[in-house]
Unconditional design. Structure first.
Length: 319
């Protein structure tokens, strides 16, 4: 076992600016320090409709810039091509950060902490407190590129500790009932979401699933390709829908709907369709495994292949 120690940014807290994001009732505070405040405009765009006010925060992350960082990080080695995203050994990251004299001791790092690198951003997460610290490492115009995705990783970690998660799926809501259409990139999630004109699209990339008061609920998410591409705001940001069906999208020429066994459905979801599952703490992984074990037992799952010229409402919502 190794000893806990502390690291922190050198910027003064009174120079910070803060946003609060509401994700399925979990309030997460984002504090931007020093020059990182320039990212606030981006975050206002990304999280439009999900921003909230008030005093309560269930978790908080600080975002700052590491001015003296360089591209060849010691804990990554000289990998070619460069790695876009990966988990990092927390001990090596901690030792690397401690070499910077401008850090003060205000963020705990222990053997339970999780560290991840994403496209020029470094994330530290403490599962015991749900606190996070993000350091932007690049220089120049690319400095803020990691913000969208690295915050997504942090949000997934916070939700995981609360027994909720982002699902790699399109989520549609109709008459208060929710339906998840899970698929890998290119499986047709956004296409399917765009076809359902009489439904609310909660997200076509990362809706939130949570069990509250004994019910499995699907919530909207700011992580949605349709809204990013169109520059629009999700009209359903305050909606929660009772989960009624789960569908695994498969490619094919015709229309197919076949039931999947509960055990197979659970393995599919755990192995492929929980965003950032490898980045979660052991406690969060265990909690989500139990969540989906119950979900797969209570709710039917299907393999689903659809055609662009067919109204899927006839197949799904009238069952």
């Amino acid at each position: 076992m190794w000893t806990s120690f502390f690291l922190g940014g050198h910027c003064e807290i009174d120079k910070s600016m803060k946003l609060k994001v509401n994700l399925a009732g979990t309030i997460i505070g984002l504090t931007f320090l020093g020059q990182a405040r320039k990212a606030i405009r981006l975050c206002n765009q990304y999280f439009q409709g999900f921003l909230c006010s008030g005093q309560r925060c269930d978790a908080e992350v600080e975002v700052s810039i590491l001015e003296k960082a360089h591209d060849e990080l010691p804990y990554q080695g000289n990998t070619k091509p460069p790695i876009f995203e990966q988990l990092l050994p927390i001990q090596k990251v901690a030792a690397w950060l401690r070499a910077f004299p401008e850090y003060t001791e205000d963020f705990p790092i222990s053997e339970d902490s999780v560290s991840a690198y994403c496209h020029g951003g470094l994330l530290l997460f403490d599962p015991n407190t749900k606190a996070g610290r993000i350091y932007l490492l690049r220089q120049g115009s690319r400095r803020f590129q990691p913000i969208y995705r690295i915050l997504w990783i942090y949000f997934a970690q916070v939700l995981g500790e609360c027994g909720a998660c982002f699902v790699h799926a399109a989520a549609l809501a109709k008459d208060g009932e929710g339906y998840l259409f899970m698929g890998d990139s290119g499986a047709g999630k956004s296409t399917l979401a765009g076809m359902c004109k009489d439904c609310n699209v909660l997200s076509d990339d990362g809706p939130i699933l949570s069990k509250q008061n004994g019910e499995c609920l699907v919530y909207p998410s700011p992580y949605s390709q349709i809204n990013r591409i169109n520059g629009g705001t999700n009209r359903a940001v305050h909606m929660a829908a009772l989960l009624k069906g789960m569908y695994f999208l498969i490619k094919g020429e015709g229309v197919l709907l076949e039931e999947v066994s509960k055990g197979v459905a659970l393995l599919h979801i755990i192995n492929r369709f929980i965003h950032f599952f490898p980045y979660l703490s052991v406690y969060a992984k265990t909690t989500l495994f139990e969540l989906f074990s119950n979900v797969c037992y209570e709710i039917n799952s299907y393999n689903f292949c659809f055609r662009l010229d067919r109204d899927i409402g006839d197949i799904i919502f009238r069952r």
